[in-house]
Design a binder for this molecule. Structure first.
Ligand code: IPD
Ligand code: CA
Length: 265
């Protein structure tokens, strides 16, 4: 397998999918929207995009299996698996907020070896390969060099289910509101991670995430020099649902804050 060629093909596929979203964003009707779980929406756009992505990835690497948000394929690969979120930021998309993305990662066993996050509204494609740097539209990107928490800008996702953890989340939010220069909620975890990778954010944290939201973005952060852990400082951040990503320099301080404010109740 030539990983570089494969990455170029996945970038092309993500960009084509992005054009499809831009074509459809003003066509989706209320009657096209289904609630597949609490506050978790989907339309034919997510499903059609995923079916096209799975078909093309199957062609590119027939031996690989899938972990895909809309369940187009649940076949497991013995060694390789694609982790696919066809449309990360579905709520933004359905509300015509121009920030959403395509997120595709390739795992070799437990390890991500390729990650692509494409944000079509600004035509920004973030990607990385095992052993290489991270890129934004062909230019190498690096995480922020900021060392001071008080000067940092963080991204998060506001909880919209798993309310048992809401109290701890709010305490952590209040701590960061007082001790950083600000917090943002963009509405696409994959974009939050991509923006952390290129230094726009110093860090990102959220709970209740799925592997397809984070696998590609977390890998891009790491290849750009950042650090990614779960809320215990361990490595279960792809399938474990809790994610803290940072520019590395601030990871210790951010993790201390997470440990002392989240999940206390
Ligand atoms: C969602 C987005 C959002 C995050 C949610 C995710 P979806 O993904 O990444 O930013 O807060 O937790 O589920 O549902 O739009 O693919
Ligand atoms: Ca998602």
């Amino acid at each position: 397998m030539n990983l570089e060629t494969l990455c170029n093909d996945v970038v092309t596929l993500a960009k084509e999918t992005g054009f499809f979203f831009l074509d459809e964003v003003n066509k989706v009707k209320t009657t096209d929207i289904e609630e597949k779980g609490l506050h978790d929406f989907v339309s034919y756009v997510d499903k059609t995009a995923e079916a096209r992505i799975v078909k093309e990835l199957n062609r590119l690497l027939p031996e690989a299996g899938f972990v895909a948000e809309e369940g187009t394929s649940t076949r497991k690969g013995e060694r390789y698996n694609w982790v696919v979120d066809p449309l990360d930021g579905t709520t933004n998309f359905l509300h015509h907020i121009p920030l959403f993305s395509v997120s595709i990662a390739l795992m070799d066993g437990d390890e991500v070896i390729l990650g692509v996050v494409h944000e079509p509204n600004l035509n920004e494609c973030f990607y990385a390969l095992k052993g290489g740097p991270a890129y934004l539209n062909g230019n190498i990107i690096k995480v922020s060099a900021q060392r001071e928490m008080k000067n940092s800008l963080l991204a998060t996702g506001f909880p919209y289910y798993e309310y048992g953890k809401l109290q701890g989340y709010m305490e952590l939010f209040m701590y960061f509101a007082r001790n950083t220069s600000g917090l943002r909620r963009l509405g696409s975890a994959a974009v939050d991670l991509a923006y952390t990778a290129c230094g726009r954010f110093e860090g990102f944290y959220e709970y209740g995430l799925h592997a397809w939201d984070v696998a590609a973005g977390a890998f891009i952060v790491q290849q750009a020099g950042g650090t990614v852990t779960d809320f215990s400082g361990k490595n279960d951040y792809i399938f474990g649902g809790e994610m803290l990503a940072s520019n590395n320099l601030l990871h210790h301080d951010l993790l201390d804050a997470v440990k002392s404010h989240f999940g206390k109740e």
